[in-house]
Design a protein around this ligand. Structure first.
Ligand code: ZN
Length: 192
């Protein structure tokens, strides 16, 4: 799986032969599509998405190109899940968050459980790396959030804003955060 900023960017890179295989030095070519998925966005109607698949010219491995606005194997966008995690970091409970987002309580409770350790620690590592790259001053701060999750989200948001400013990047903050976390703002659901 490779995270791309948008489906349009994925097509453009594939057409131009500019997408490298993560497994070897080969070039990826278009290779059909992944499974059709229904994804719910913030306050909008569910949309149907079909992530692009690509195949390596050299090693023949196939890869799904996941737009960064989506979270790996989740039916809600990065923005929806990120909004829930940010509310949790501010101290809201799963029932309140479920009501705010109009999602089932059980779904939100599952998300919040999966955002605990060890995932919160992993998110924090990504946040420090990306904050350092975007603007090292983000790490020179006196105020640190009381929870690992809160601190990670704060740094990720800071890194996204710094990227937007520094490189005049038009991508929304949650899309950038999806790229920083490589489609894993939450870990994929446990298989049952
Ligand atoms: Zn390859």
């Amino acid at each position: 799986m490779i995270v791309v900023s948008s489906p349009e960017q994925a097509e453009a890179l594939l057409d131009a032969g500019q997408l490298g295989c993560p497994g070897c030095s080969g070039t990826l070519r278009p290779h059909g599509y992944g499974r059709v998925r229904r994804v719910r966005s913030l306050g909008g109607e569910p949309v149907t998405v079909r992530p692009r698949r690509a195949r390596c010219f050299s090693c023949a491995a196939t890869h799904v190109l996941l737009p960064a606005g989506l979270v790996l194997r989740r039916a809600d966008t990065t923005e929806v899940i990120g909004t829930a995690l940010a509310a949790k970091a501010r101290g809201d409970g799963h029932r309140t968050i479920a009501a705010q987002l109009d999602r089932p309580v059980s779904t939100v409770r599952r998300w919040l459980r999966r955002a605990r350790e060890p995932h919160a620690g992993w998110l924090h590592q990504q946040s420090v790396q990306h904050a350092y790259r975007a603007d090292p001053d983000l790490l020179n701060r006196e105020l640190v959030w009381p929870t690992t999750l809160g601190d990670a989200l704060n740094l990720l948001a800071g890194a996204a804003l710094a990227c937007q400013k520094r490189w005049d990047c038009p991508l929304p903050a949650w899309t950038l955060i999806g790229m920083f976390t490589r489609g894993r703002l939450l870990p994929p659901p446990l298989r049952t």
